[in-house]
Design a protein around this ligand. Structure first.
Ligand code: AHM
Ligand code: MG
Length: 337
């Protein structure tokens, strides 16, 4: 029988390969795993108890928060603080940066950007949702409160990124810049177990994912690309398949494993794109690149963008290299005529 490798074992093994590693970073990842299990437990019983529905207030972006959004936010904040390794958090659910610089967290070196429960409008219809996170080393001196500049780092400075997909099974997928590994939660032992090692995305995919309801407002290059995806051409396996869940983690996860591209262009209601750079696009972009894929904003590589605000939005195109490159060609060509 093949030996089961749990997330914690995997983290410790990875740490042992880095001579200067002190265990601080591993502890942070370990606590993210604990928060993920707590959130998973609540999501699994969502239909059974009075936990579904709205919490009754709006977040900074004017979106109504769901009860589970609030639960997930609290669970991750508590665990990150309890790890003693995190000096500050940007969360989709919090208007401002949260800092921890006393007690356990006095010497913490890391900051975290996260979306505790992405796609939460899907929960009450039993569709997959996700948590997205990224970890950076702070820029400001250890021992003081973290400052805005600690959070406005380019994605290319990220140390680690990951997501948890609460789906037909629950998975935690993460990278520390040495490939991407996926762990499936085994509910019988309550552990994430290595199930997808060194994930590589197909170079040329056949799935395109986009909310076509917004078609009229898309840039002309994207409209033409959608038509290109739908045209028949057996040499390039077209027409491609259209798949869109409306839950970024689930759409990205499927495309990463099967090969495809996810697109969220500018729309009427979101002229600069809907998705948030710090805690949605950047972590997903890092994972995509580590799996051999690509991510760009329409103008530049997502990970090279200089963030200017913690809740900044951007257009986002991510997935198999050939498909993302083709989108680039369409946008360039139609922008220039
Ligand atoms: P949220 O952070 O409010 O949950 O919104 C983000 C979600 C993503 O998961 C998904 O890709 C996108 O919004 C779907 O948007 P739309 O419903 O406009 O297609
Ligand atoms: Mg979100």
């Amino acid at each position: 029988m093949q030996k089961t490798i749990t997330l914690n074992e995997f983290i410790i093994n990875q740490q042992a390969e880095i001579p200067e590693a002190t265990g601080n970073f591993s502890r942070l990842l370990h606590h993210i795993g604990i928060a993920a299990k707590k959130v998973n437990r609540e999501i699994n019983k969502a239909g059974l108890v009075d936990i579904l529905g709205r919490a009754g207030h709006e977040n900074v972006q004017g979106e109504e928060q769901q009860k589970l959004d609030v639960y997930a936010n609290d669970a991750f904040m508590e665990e990150l603080q309890a790890s003693g390794e995190c000096c500050g958090i940007v969360s989709e659910e919090n208007d401002e940066v949260t800092t921890f610089h006393e007690g356990l967290c006095r010497d913490a070196k890391y900051i975290v950007c996260m979306d505790p429960l992405d796609g939460s409008s899907n929960i009450d219809v039993n569709v997959s949702v996700g948590t997205i996170f990224s970890i950076y080393r702070r820029k400001s001196p250890i021992g003081q409160a973290a400052v805005l500049e600690d959070f406005l780092q380019k994605g290319s400075d990220m140390l680690a990124a990951g997501y948890i997909i609460y789906g037909s099974s629950t998975m935690l997928v993460y990278t520390t810049g040495c490939g991407v590994n996926g762990f499936t939660l085994d509910p019988s032992i309550g552990e994430f177990c290595l199930s997808h090692s060194n994930i590589k995305t197909p170079e040329a995919g056949k799935i395109y994912s986009i909310n076509e309801g917004n078609y009229e407002k898309f840039p002309i290059g994207i409209k033409k690309y959608i038509k290109y995806c739908q045209e028949k051409d057996p040499k390039t396996s077209r027409p491609y398949t259209s798949r869109y869940i409306g839950s970024l983690v689930a759409d990205f996860h499927r495309n990463m494993l099967k090969g495809g591209v996810f697109m969220y262009p500018p729309t009427d209601s979101h002229p600069t794109g809907k998705l948030r750079l710090l805690y949605e696009c950047n972590p997903i972009a890092f994972i995509a690149e580590q799996a051999g894929g690509m991510a760009f904003s329409g103008d530049e590589r997502t990970l090279d963008m200089q963030p200017e605000a913690i809740h900044q939005r951007t257009s986002f195109y991510v997935g198999s290299r050939c498909m993302v490159k083709k989108i680039h060609e369409f946008l360039d060509f139609f922008n220039n005529i």
